[in-house]
Design a protein around this ligand. Structure first.
Ligand SMILES: Cc1ncc(COP(=O)(O)O)c(C=O)c1O
Length: 412
């Protein structure tokens, strides 16, 4: 298909898009195609007034009384409840808190403590580096043998020594989606517990934690949830574990009676025990406001839109980018794909810089990936065509060899 024809079809698809109106819920610069919502979600239009209100009225005028007057104290649970509806969990199973890394540490230790007679933790080799580092640290602290095993090979690696398995639902590099139901079932059949990292799936595709019988999950607030840079993360624990799970970070806000100021720790009931320190209210209420962008949207339609975008991108990439030296590394099968497409290219870093200079923002991941995320609430089919056109133009003009794009910035 040529790109002119693709653009005509893209315009028609955008006009017929049942969730096309969701784009109006975001603030996006007119001259930018934003394909990095898998790293930092776009600004939700509800956030600036909410932040102004929390800073000027709640903090500025009501001062410390806002912990009661504006119910700041329960905000982690309120926001957790909103996230729960996007990930197939019950309200009382999710709390917004800390970072994904910290939450992962909490749940890996808590899960391992639920299987005290087992000595093995499995994690996939290509998981996000923080997940690998934390798994190794938990292994060292608890004396667990940490083994790196692909989700596809987990069956052969499971035995009665495995305490827990920690996988990402969608791979941050390749965009590959794993079969949560099937893997969770295999892990449970072996008597082990599963922890899923939802950072690259929540908000972009339906996640059915309880339907899949998942034990624990964590995820970022700043990617597809658009909570803002460094937004609080969330942690989910299935209700059946609430009474027995023990956090390794017993903070005062997760105490059964936080204001009794007791000298010894007694965990709060339920998911609240995964709270640790004082929540960052400005960021937390920004995330709360951002989640309004999902109000009334059917996640099945969000998924259909996401697949339509990535399907179109892959089809065009195979037609016009493969001959220019790109390789699509993201799976073609819909069920195996999240909401991003990664392209391998020998000068991937410079290609991304050239693309950004041309008004299309994506990012680079080591060693040779151009990573493009398609936030289904605000990316349009015409943006997909523009991105492909600009990739063709950049590489045809040999911009990947331009020395301006050779020096790597601190954040890639
Ligand atoms: C899959 C995954 N897990 C964990 C993290 C780490 O999140 P944080 O830096 O918020 O702890 C990231 C960050 O990008 C991620 O992509």
């Amino acid at each position: 298909m040529d790109l002119t024809q693709a653009r005509e079809q893209a315009v028609a698809r955008d006009l017929a898009d049942p969730i096309g109106h969701a784009r109006d819920r975001f603030v996006l610069p007119d001259d930018i195609v934003y394909l990095d919502g898998n790293s930092l979600g776009a600004l939700s239009a509800a956030v600036p007034p909410a932040v102004k209100d929390v800073v000027e009225r709640q903090w500025g005028q009501a001062l410390i009384t806002s912990w009661n007057e504006h119910d700041w104290w329960m905000a982690p649970r309120r926001v957790g409840g909103r996230i729960a509806s996007l990930i197939g969990a019950a309200d009382h199973e999710v709390v917004a808190a800390d970072s994904t890394s910290v939450n992962l540490f909490k749940v890996l230790v808590a899960a391992a403590r639920l299987r005290p007679d087992r000595r093995v933790l499995l994690i996939e080799p290509s998981n996000f580096p923080a997940d690998l580092y934390i798994a190794d640290s938990v292994g060292e602290l608890l004396g667990l043998d940490v083994r790196r095993v692909e989700p596809g090979d987990v069956g052969a690696a499971l035995d009665d020594e495995v305490a827990l398995v920690s996988y990402s639902h969608v791979d941050y590099g390749t965009g590959r989606a794993h079969d949560m139901a099937a893997v969770t079932q295999q892990v449970h059949d072996a008597g082990a517990l599963i922890v899923w990292d939802l950072s690259h799936s929540a908000g972009a595709l339906p996640v059915a934690l309880n339907e899949c019988d998942v034990d624990f999950a964590v995820g970022c607030g700043y990617k597809y949830l658009s909570g803002g840079p460094g937004a609080p993360a969330y942690v989910m624990a299935a209700a059946r574990h609430h009474d027995s799970m023990r956090t390794p970070l017993p903070g005062w806000t997760g105490h059964a009676r936080p204001f009794a100021m007791e000298g010894s720790y007694e965990p709060a009931a339920g998911i609240d025990r995964f709270r640790c320190g004082t929540p960052p209210m400005v960021s937390l209420l920004a995330l709360d406001a951002a989640l309004a962008a999902f109000d009334g949207l059917d996640m099945a339609q969000v998924r259909e839109k996401s697949l339509s975008l990535t399907r179109l991108f892959i089809a065009l990439a195979e037609d016009v980018l493969t001959p220019l030296g790109f390789e699509v590394v993201t799976p073609r099968a819909d069920a195996e794909r999240g909401s991003q497409v990664s392209l391998r290219h020998p000068q991937a870093y410079a290609v991304v810089q050239a693309l950004i200079a041309r008004g299309v923002i994506g990012d680079f991941r080591q060693p040779d990936l151009v990573r493009l995320g398609f936030g289904p609430l605000y990316v349009r089919h015409v943006d997909v065509v523009t991105a492909v056109e600009q990739l063709v133009a950049a590489v045809t003009a040999q911009e990947q060899h331009d020395e301006r794009y050779a020096v790597q910035t601190t954040v890639t």
